[in-house]
Design a protein around this ligand. Structure first.
Ligand code: SIN
Length: 288
């Protein structure tokens, strides 16, 4: 198995493994690479059947059920990612962490794309470890004391009506999470707010909350923290929702892009007592 880092902070491409036939030793190697690089990419895979994709994802733990999205007939764990000329929305077209509005947001997401537009449709991933570790120590210490509200009504209500979902009478999740969370495997601290689901920092006036969130979002989106994945047919991305955000660019309309996504159940985010860490990354411009 070859694991090639794509940037110093996030993302690695894995070659030389067949995800449908992985020994326990290979799986443990992949798990360690996942903890280290936060997002893994696999290009040389066959198109996985839904059962094969579910079986691989389940090696990380039980699967998460999406609160809103329609699933594949006969496979309730598989969320069909599909955008085409008549789509009203394309999933993930904005910075977010998957389903952070859930009290127990998903640990990881695995996406395989089967159909791609002739160009475009890349996905950007950003390290929330790097985002936190490059803030000043004073701001880091204040952020450790804060919690934020994450909501989803504004995102999910009516979102999938064109795919036959009638959500009248359904309610959508909301939760409060620490603004900085401890990663249970690496022990590192990650910034845990995102512009899609986070609606307020608790205990601040609305204007203070909006100003601080604006500063954090601008900082999180710095290119130094990112890796950009250009998909090839049947490529797979496996990302850690506890320490990353992503943005699936919908720059290919009216072309079509389609695949299968499975998410792995996570735990309630927590912050362990401990000292924040600082990364000496050279940040060229503002916010430094
Ligand atoms: C998502 O946010 O799950 C969609 C990611 C993608 O389509 O690249």
């Amino acid at each position: 198995m070859n694991i090639n880092p794509l940037t110093p902070v996030i993302g690695a491409e894995v070659r030389g493994v067949d995800l449908t036939d992985l020994s326990e030793g290979q799986f443990q190697q992949l798990r360690a690479a996942f903890t280290r690089h936060s997002v893994l990419f696999f290009r040389d895979q066959p198109e996985l059947t839904p059962a094969q994709q579910v079986a691989f994802a389940k090696r990380f733990g039980p699967l998460h059920q999406h609160p809103a999205a329609p699933t594949l007939a006969g496979h309730p764990e598989v969320f069909v990612i599909h955008a085409h000329k008549d789509s009203k929305v394309a999933n993930g077209n904005g910075w977010h962490t998957d389903v952070s509005c859930d009290p127990e947001p998903p640990l990881a997401t695995m996406l395989q794309l089967h159909q791609l537009p002739p160009s475009g449709g890349d996905t950007l991933f950003a390290s929330m470890y790097a985002a936190f570790e490059t803030l000043s120590p004073s701001l880091q210490h204040w952020l450790l004391t804060l919690t934020a509200r994450h909501e989803s009504e504004h995102i999910y209500r009516g979102r999938y009506s064109d795919r036959g979902v009638d959500d009248s009478g359904r309610s959508y999740p909301a939760a409060s999470h620490p603004l900085v969370r401890t990663h249970p495997d690496s022990g590192r601290l990650a910034l845990y707010v995102n512009p899609s689901f986070t609606t307020a920092i608790e205990g601040l006036h609305a204007a203070e909350s909006a100003a601080l969130l604006g500063l954090l979002y601008a900082h999180q989106q710095r290119p130094e923290f990112q890796v950009r994945f250009q998909w090839t047919p049947n490529a797979i991305a496996l990302w850690d929702n506890r320490c990353t955000q992503h943005f699936a660019l919908w720059d290919y309309w009216p072309e079509e892009r389609r695949g299968h996504r499975v998410t792995i159940k996570g735990e309630r985010p927590y912050l362990s007592p401990g000292q924040p860490r600082h990364t000496a990354m050279r940040l060229s411009q503002s916010l430094r």
